[in-house]
Design a binder for this molecule. Structure first.
Ligand code: PLP
Length: 397
């Protein structure tokens, strides 16, 4: 079979299995409501634009200004052709915001994660990872294992007894790195950081938390999972994204002690061999951090919306996973059911994506609803009446 023929056959199988993804094109910014090509106005319940900063005028203006000041491109990687001052400003602001000494930006959190494990771990070291960690952490670990032959272990999701067992079994390792999501993106639950950090201290391990769904979301002022638990400054390493609550454009960062950031600057390959964030994006992200520092009420509003939406869904007869984050997953069972419901909701003007296997376990396909501070009560009520209509039609409520 030809190369193209083989790919086409596989794509056909994706269609048959109901896992083929169709892209929806937007003609307007990410916001509570946007314009979808061929659909008109839709309420978005599927975005990581948790604080509505994607289209915040101050964030957009900062990007425009940086375009004039620094131009469009970075020209090369930063140690070769220079680092813009806006990157330094952003890194200082991010470190301060998440309660760490220093930070280093990457073009994505995927890259920040991928730059961590292969750089820090060697043959005598082990990384111990939560079973439900994000794909970028899993791939970072796979890469590290292949390149450096480090040891790896996976503990059952948020199971502290299992983590303790894995730490005990790794007692002879030089570096024991525990890596967890701060908020698990498909479940919406929060990592048990106080227990994880306590276990780490007991077993002389280092904790890395990917706070991509927690930065701007958790804690009174949105500083993330550490603030949520009153543990700012107690997490060794934080990775996070600029592509969700903090303006939603692109970019990621690793924060921690200055010596770690220096080491990553010297050795992490996505940093050494890939361009820095475009200055426009760095400036927008910096403006997003400043905006959030001046408007912590956005976080309160986000959580009010999440509570309201969750309570009303339950009142309608749905059974979302319990939780206290703006990720509200509605479990529907089979993938086909999740996709069908997503399509029917879109017909009603509500955009929420269905997820099935292999992104989530078999039989646990779901709609993952995500709330935003940008929603109004009207938006939420509009979405809830669509859920009621579609849920009734499908016999779910
Ligand atoms: N880590 C987690 C937990 C995520 O949910 C995501 C994005 O979905 C990423 C990392 C990747 O972030 P980025 O888009 O900045 O690469």
């Amino acid at each position: 079979m030809s190369f193209a023929g083989r790919l086409e056959a596989e794509l056909e199988q994706f269609r048959k299995d109901g896992v083929y993804k169709r892209l929806n094109y937007l003609e307007a910014p990410q916001a509570a409501r946007t314009k979808m090509q061929g659909r008109g106005e839709v309420v978005i319940l599927s975005s990581n634009n948790y604080l509505g900063l994607c289209n915040e005028p101050a964030v957009v203006a900062a990007g425009k200004h940086a375009l004039d000041q620094f131009g469009a491109g970075t020209g090369s990687v930063r140690f070769i052709c220079g680092t813009f001052t806006i990157h330094r400003e952003l890194e200082q602001a991010l470190a301060r915001f998440v309660g760490c000494e220093s930070s280093l930006t990457y073009v994505s959190c995927w890259n920040a994660n991928e730059g961590l494990c292969p750089t820090l771990l060697g043959e005598q070291d082990i990384v111990i990872s939560d079973q439900l960690n994000h794909a970028s952490i899993i791939d970072s670990i796979r890469l590290a294992k292949t390149i450096t032959k480090c040891q790896t272990a996976v503990y059952r999701h948020s199971d502290m007894a299992d983590l303790r067992d894995k730490l005990r079994a790794a007692k002879d390792a030089r570096l024991k790195l525990i890596f967890t999501d701060g908020v698990f993106s498909m479940e919406g639950d929060i990592a048990r950081l106080p227990d994880i950090v306590a276990l780490a201290r007991e077993h002389d391990a280092v904790v890395a938390v990917d706070d991509s769904h927690a930065t701007g979301v958790l804690g009174r002022s949105g500083r993330g999972s550490a603030e949520h638990y009153g543990m700012l400054g107690h997490v060794d390493i934080i990775t996070s994204t600029l592509g969700k609550a903090l303006g939603g454009a692109a970019g990621g960062f690793t924060a921690g002690p200055a010596v770690l950031v220096d080491y990553l600057t010297q050795r992490s390959r996505p940093q050494l061999f890939s361009n820095a964030l475009p200055p426009t994006v760095a400036a927008s992200a910096l403006a997003a951090v400043g905006y959030l520092e001046r408007h912590p009420a956005l976080v309160t509003r986000l959580h009010e919306h999440a509570r309201y939406f969750r309570e009303r869904l339950i009142a309608l007869g749905f059974n979302p996973l319990p939780g206290e984050t703006p990720i509200v997953p509605v479990i529907l069972g089979e993938t086909a059911q999740a996709i069908r419901m997503s399509e029917l909701l879109l017909d009603e003007g509500v955009f929420v994506t269905g997820f099935g296997y292999p992104v989530v376990p078999q039989g646990h396909a779901r709609l993952r609803c995500q709330l935003s501070a940008a929603h109004t009560r009207d938006d939420l009520d509009f979405a809830l009446s669509a859920f009621k209509m579609v849920g009734t039609k499908l016999g779910l409520i």
